[in-house]
Design a protein around this ligand. Structure first.
Ligand code: SF4
Ligand code: SF4
Length: 438
């Protein structure tokens, strides 16, 4: 059978010279996330589709890399089937928990409504029962708990109480336990972090930085302490997420300077800059922000790399699980209100707390996963061509971004869709390739 170029290739526009002075291009295969350095002639052959002219040895090599695939192969179906299978697996169960509806910051972009007040008397025990039941299901191999909010650390005693029981139950049942906490850091101390890490099984901490103003001095101090005592947290993945809006895009260079000054250019910390989604109907400002971000991001990535700040990979990695909680019944979001949702943007947002509740945790059957949500048929929707994802070269690594935002008419495409060529140039520079001057 003949071979054809995979539809999931991105060939660099730039021609580089390798160590022998030969002209080469980079070829990204988004099905494997692998970047290959190929001779310019071979790369151009892949772009133009006449792969039958390639020598047999070259074809075999490219087939091994899945750059060539059998002629007539329906790769879209393959990709969607792989993504569906990950969504249907019940081996890894993901619970996103909102332990409090209150937040002590008032970030302008946030669409949540934060109120003080306790959840109902039975809320905590219902959450505990639901997750402990899931731990003991024969199909369960892994439990993932995400704490987010509101500001989850305002409910630190609740986290400590529940997580301690989850960790113990998983250890007894031989189930892997992973936990991520997303915080603005205002309530974080070294003492709490030690407890979260050692007792509560938190192995990923994401500190969000908004506005890049002066109010972050304290949390950066805590981060600097963590870095100094990195040996105490060998398994902790620490992320600082810079939330960007149109108004603070010009402050990114200053943000980088502040991080370096604080000593946070350390291998333990990964930086993730992203444009925050709009919670309003204003789609124009976020669109402009995303465009400006995508244009400037390669320069920031290069700068951060040069000063030793770890960033998310230049080349988008392979999806390891479902694209998000909303497309799998193996994931659910439990609000402090007691409502179970499928989407992380539903809790604490009045419109969703009223209209999109799937069931209440206190009334739920804990032997079953959540009821179907709005986006559980996501892969079928892609297949039907309801968005532009079916024809997109990034579908294998992106999975369609965010079903909710597509539904609201907001494009959720990640920045790499718009700046992949500059990313390949950075990748080439790191690999010692130099652009061929023509
Ligand atoms: S639909 Fe979008 S907002 Fe909701 S969980 Fe998925 S990625 Fe997040
Ligand atoms: S969300 Fe955008 S980048 Fe992702 S698959 Fe869809 S069209 Fe492609």
């Amino acid at each position: 059978m003949g071979q054809q170029a995979s539809r999931y290739l991105v060939v660099s526009d730039t021609v580089y010279t390798d160590g022998h002075g030969d002209p080469v291009r980079l070829v990204l295969n988004t099905r494997t996330s692998r970047v290959s350095t190929l001779g310019d002639k071979v790369a151009r052959t892949l772009s133009h589709g006449d792969c039958g002219t390639l020598p047999a040895a070259v074809s075999d090599h490219l087939a091994d890399l899945r750059i060539l695939v059998p002629e007539g192969r329906d790769e879209l179906t393959d990709v969607l089937d792989e993504q569906r299978a990950r969504s249907r697996s019940a081996a890894s169960l993901n619970y996103m928990l909102v332990p409090t509806g209150y937040c002590n910051l008032g970030c302008e972009y946030c669409g949540q409504v934060h109120v003080r007040g306790k959840s109902s008397a039975n809320h905590r025990s219902a959450v505990r029962d639901r997750i402990l039941r899931a731990v003991h299901r024969p199909s369960t191999e892994e439990i993932r708990i995400g704490w987010f909010g509101g500001e989850p650390l305002l409910a630190y005693p609740v986290i400590r109480d529940l997580a301690g029981q989850f960790v113990e139950a998983c250890a007894t049942a031989g189930v892997r336990y992973r936990s991520r906490l997303t915080t603005d850091g205002s309530e974080l101390t070294m003492r709490k972090l030690r407890v979260l890490y050692e007792e509560c099984g938190v192995d990923a901490l994401c500190v969000t930085i908004d506005g890049f103003g002066d109010r972050h001095g304290r949390v950066l101090g805590v981060m600097a302490d963590v870095v100094r005592q990195a040996d105490e947290f060998p398994l902790l993945r620490l992320t600082i997420r810079g939330n960007l809006e149109l108004a603070n895009l010009d402050h990114v260079d200053a943000f980088i300077d502040v991080m370096v000054k604080a000593g946070l250019n350390h291998p333990m910390i990964e930086f993730d800059l992203r444009v925050v989604p709009s919670w309003t109907n204003d789609v124009a400002a976020p669109r402009v922000a995303r465009q400006r971000f995508a244009a400037a991001e390669p320069r920031w990535l290069r700068r951060m790399h040069d000063v030793g700040m770890v960033t998310r990979t230049l080349i988008p990695g392979q999806l390891r699980g479902p694209i998000c909680p909303a497309v799998t019944r193996s994931a659910e979001v439990i609000s402090s209100s007691g409502a179970i949702f499928s989407c992380t943007e539903h809790p604490l947002v009045p419109q969703h707390e009223q209209g999109d509740v799937l069931e209440l945790v206190e009334h739920a059957d804990h032997d079953r996963q959540r009821p179907a949500g709005q986006y559980d048929d996501w892969h079928d929707r892609i297949n039907r061509g309801e968005q532009s994802c079916a024809g997109c070269v990034f579908l294998p690594v992106c999975g369609g971004g965010c079903p909710k935002h597509w539904g609201e008419g907001k494009s959720p495409c990640p920045s790499y869709k718009f700046n992949i060529q500059q990313r390949l140039d950075l990748e080439a520079a790191r690999a010692g390739l130099t652009p061929l001057l023509t």
